[in-house]
Design a protein around this ligand. Structure first.
Ligand code: ZN
Ligand code: ZN
Length: 488
């Protein structure tokens, strides 16, 4: 409830601020010479932000992309990055689903066959998974823990793939039903052997009322079956307990949660605990809220992702970032896992529903200055054009992106948001400008009499706030700035 009240307060402040505080002017004169026209000096130095670092504050790295390579060597590849990611401020990594999939060495983990074979049994024509061996996985998890990084497993429990053919009396006349999973049929571990009774339709019901994955319609797992619940999370040697206690995973990213009742995510988490986030592929924040309420788990903020794509790429109009509350992070900031890209949105086949390269850093600056728990996408961070900028944005996120969110301005070309700080932490003011020329805006800061500096290094100005906190800040053309107080 506290968060909801906070959000409403922020919205009210935002509206008042938009009405009374924002005033801006085009800044067509070039300021790169250093004088900002207000007589303010440009020689300002940043505070050492590390003094504001807080225990437990960080970002998640999605540590894979679609069809990662080298095949069989992915865990080792990630292992080699851990020290750098930890130094950057990553505190969780999200790994692909670890179990053996039907497509063997090609599998990205979303066609699960044997949950207990994480790269050590010879089936589907391979011992290793696409990502490597069990030994390499456990070594990666150990390396992450040594660097204070938690490891999140992708959990695919909506459907299965890769079993043997069996006659299914509930699908009369259908001779192509592959619901038999045992030691000889795609489940060499012999744990959680399955047959047609564990899929829809079965003796309990025809379906569970939730979506089924069209690619795996005949192997849509039935979580209402006690046997399935027991093997997934209930028993001491269940999938969940094996991943947590033996492999040492710290948390869960639930795949395709639209396909089963959110109460099963709750049951899994109640049994084994740990961080949890659901992939509810839905741009409607109210639908995300309903799922969060029912599961108790945070969710990826697809609504925020789509809003960023809409405002930055499609409409080229930032107004909706202010007045449109269709984002999970505006409803439940503590339950929103924000992102700008993932393995699906960045597939080569997806040319529309993604945030364009040119707007990617603005989108990252947005999620890394606002509330919510932000995710970095592997390909973005490990891109030399982005890496140093993202390191700096993560430092800002982990230090001064703190306090209530207050929207100061949201117009077609400009968006200004203030984090109010906390105690001696000064907070920040984030300024996006998508027009073709630099913009200035006078805002009311909490920094009376202080000299400011752009921690994003995109503006050379160093304005001084007046006694009432008012100060003129700048954002470059098609870019952003992140203001806070400079060193005295
Ligand atoms: Zn069912
Ligand atoms: Zn786009």
């Amino acid at each position: 409830m506290k968060n909801t009240v906070k959000s409403i307060t922020s919205i009210i402040f935002g509206i008042l601020s938009i009405a009374f505080l924002g005033c801006s002017s085009d800044d067509s004169t070039d300021n790169s010479s250093g004088d900002n026209g207000d007589g303010n000096s440009v020689d300002a130095t940043k505070l050492d932000l590390n003094q504001f670092k807080q225990e437990g504050v960080g970002v998640m790295m999605q540590a894979f992309y679609w069809n990662v390579e080298p095949i069989g060597g992915w865990y080792d590849e990630v292992n080699s990055k851990i020290a750098d990611w930890s130094a950057t401020g990553v505190n969780k990594i999200w790994l692909p689903a670890p179990g053996k999939g039907q497509s063997g060495k090609e599998s990205m983990g979303y066609d699960p066959s044997d949950y207990f074979d994480v790269g050590e049994l010879d089936q589907h024509e391979t011992i290793e998974t696409r990502f490597g061996s069990r030994v390499e996985l456990e070594s990666l998890i150990q390396k992450a823990h040594d660097n204070k990084i938690e490891v999140i497993a992708d959990i695919v429990i909506s459907h299965n793939s890769g079993g043997g053919k069996e006659a299914n009396p509930l699908r009369p006349g259908d001779t192509e039903v592959y619901t038999l999973f045992n030691e000889q049929n795609g489940n060499a571990s012999g744990k959680f052997n399955r047959d047609y009774n564990h899929y829809h339709p079965n003796d309990f019901h025809n379906n569970d009322g939730f979506e089924e994955n069209p690619f795996f319609a005949k192997t849509d797992l039935c979580h209402d079956q006690t046997y399935v619940q027991d093997w997934l999370w209930g028993r001491d040697d269940s999938v969940a307990e094996f991943y947590k206690n033996t492999l040492k995973f710290d948390g869960w990213r639930f795949d395709y949660v639209k396909s089963f009742d959110p109460k099963w995510v709750k049951a899994w988490n109640d049994k084994v605990g740990g961080f949890s986030v659901g992939e509810n592929f839905d741009g409607n924040a109210q639908n995300l809220k309903k799922w969060v309420d029912a599961s108790g788990s945070p969710a990826f903020d697809f609504a925020c992702f789509y809003k960023l794509d809409e405002t930055l790429d499609r409409n080229k109009d930032l107004t909706a970032l202010g007045v449109d509350n269709n984002m999970l992070r505006k409803i439940y900031p503590d339950k929103a896992v924000t992102f700008t890209a993932n393995h699906d949105t960045e597939k080569d086949t997806n040319t529309d529903n993604n945030i364009s390269f040119g707007n990617k850093m603005i989108a990252y600056a947005y999620i890394l200055t606002h509330d919510g728990y932000p995710t970095l996408f592997y390909n973005d961070y490990e891109n030399d054009q982005f890496k140093d900028k993202l390191k700096n944005l993560v430092l800002i996120h982990n230090t001064i992106a703190i306090g209530d969110v207050q929207i100061i301005k949201a117009t077609k070309n400009e968006y200004i948001m203030k984090r109010n700080g906390q105690g001696n932490n000064p907070g920040l003011i984030f300024y996006i400008n998508i027009s073709n020329q630099a913009k200035q805006s006078t805002v009311t800061s909490n920094w009376a009499g202080k000299k400011l500096i752009d921690y994003a290094d995109n503006s050379k100005k160093a304005p001084i706030a007046e006694a009432n906190g008012q100060v003129s800040i700048e954002a470059p053309a098609k870019g952003f700035s992140i203001w806070s107080i400079a060193k005295e």
